[in-house]
Design a binder for this molecule. Structure first.
Ligand code: NAD
Length: 330
């Protein structure tokens, strides 16, 4: 099929080209992300291949349909950036990569916890300047602490297993409890109890209307003072402005985020020579107890390979009129 790949980075091209064996599909790469201004680029293609910050809203979908696009192949798991109702109306199928490497994201969430707690990023910089002092580097033992997990799907479960391995008590909230996790030692509780009882809270639920700003002022007030909050799900699960207030009044003791509400204008780009127009991110960067990574939870060799394999298979299945096992429906 003729595929327009949006938001292309060097690693996307490397893995997709390598795994597009026999050049089954004709892949054309665009740096631009998909939106109403760039949708014109989809003319002459059958499929668009999208990532997390490409936006397929109603208007873009109507124009994709007018350009005879029949398939959106997401090379990610989340699909909050696609208006599924408008896609169905415009007869455009949507496929995704539901699980490329849950461990990659879970391990990254743990990296945020360990870095924030033991301050290895600060120690690294100090030692490079021959500062061997330990002042202000004190952390806490994870062993014996209570970790709260919101969303125990594939990534949440991988995360629970790691935290159980550290000797944490793991409590969780999900709309569907996992029997396997219960057997492993995870205790399911109401959201309110998870918020109140946890020393560390890690978010692994999808961004859906019910989880939009799930962590807002009220939720933050219910948490333990000095809580460590980790978000590797989607930015808008946290109300960023409320989180900034909670950092200022020290309700949040540590914040680790791999995702950010307004990330589409910032993440995956080198803006080091630019003026950052987003005052919220600059405020967040200014806190010594905030660690931000730019949506790199998925970013391992294993995950990139799996993303490319499944994306290409999804496109082939559509082309060959086979059942779409990874179709996303409203
Ligand atoms: P999943 O579908 O396997 O699991 C999601 C879990 O959340 C499910 O158990 C579901 O029941 C639960 N859930 C749904 N609504 C909920 C609610 N209102 N409250 C509490 N729990 C709820 O998904 P996954 O593969 O584990 O991925 C989770 C999220 O992680 C994705 O939706 C995506 O947004 C994010 N993600 C981030 C990265 C990254 O690089 N940072 C990579 C992949 C996925």
């Amino acid at each position: 099929m003729k595929v327009a790949v949006f938001s292309t980075k060097s690693y996307d091209k490397e893995y997709l080209d390598r795994l597009n064996t026999g050049k089954k599909h004709q892949l054309t790469y665009f740096d631009a992300s998909l939106n109403t201004d760039t949708v014109i680029l989809s003319k002459g293609f059958d499929c668009v291949c999208l990532f997390v910050n490409d936006k397929a809203d109603k208007e873009t979908l109507e124009r994709l349909s007018a350009n005879e696009i029949k398939l959106i192949a997401l090379r990610c798991a989340g699909f909050n950036n696609i208006d599924l109702e408008a896609a169905a109306k415009n007869n455009i199928k949507v496929v995704r990569v539901p699980a490329y490497s849950p461990e990659a994201v879970a391990e990254h969430a743990v990296a945020l916890i360990l870095t924030l707690n033991r301050k290895t990023h600060k120690a690294y910089n100090r030692i490079r300047e021959s500062n061997f002092s330990l002042e202000k580097l004190v952390g806490f033992n994870l062993h014996g602490k209570t970790t709260g997990v919101i969303g125990t799907g594939k990534i949440g479960q991988a995360f629970c297993r790691i935290m159980l391995g550290f000797g944490c008590s793991v409590i969780a909230y999900d709309i569907v409890a996992s029997e396997e996790m219960k057997k492993a030692g995870v205790i399911y509780k109401e959201l309110d109890d998870v918020l109140r009882q946890s020393d560390i809270i890690s978010l692994h639920c999808p961004l859906v209307p019910e989880t939009h700003h799930l962590i807002d002022k009220q939720a933050l007030q219910r948490m333990k003072k000095g809580v460590m909050l980790i978000n590797s799900s989607r930015g808008a699960v946290i109300n960023t402005q409320d989180a900034i207030e909670a950092l200022k009044n020290e309700q949040i003791g540590y914040l680790g985020i791999d995702v950010y509400e307004q990330e589409e204008k910032l993440f995956f780009k080198d803006l080091s020579e630019k003026i950052i127009p987003d005052d919220m991110i600059t405020r967040l960067i200014s806190f010594p107890n905030v660690l931000i990574t730019s949506h790199q939870g998925f970013f391992t060799r294993e995950a990139l390979e799996q993303i490319a394999i499944v994306t290409l298979k999804n496109i082939s299945d559509f082309e060959n009129k086979l059942p779409l096992e990874n179709e996303v429906k409203r």
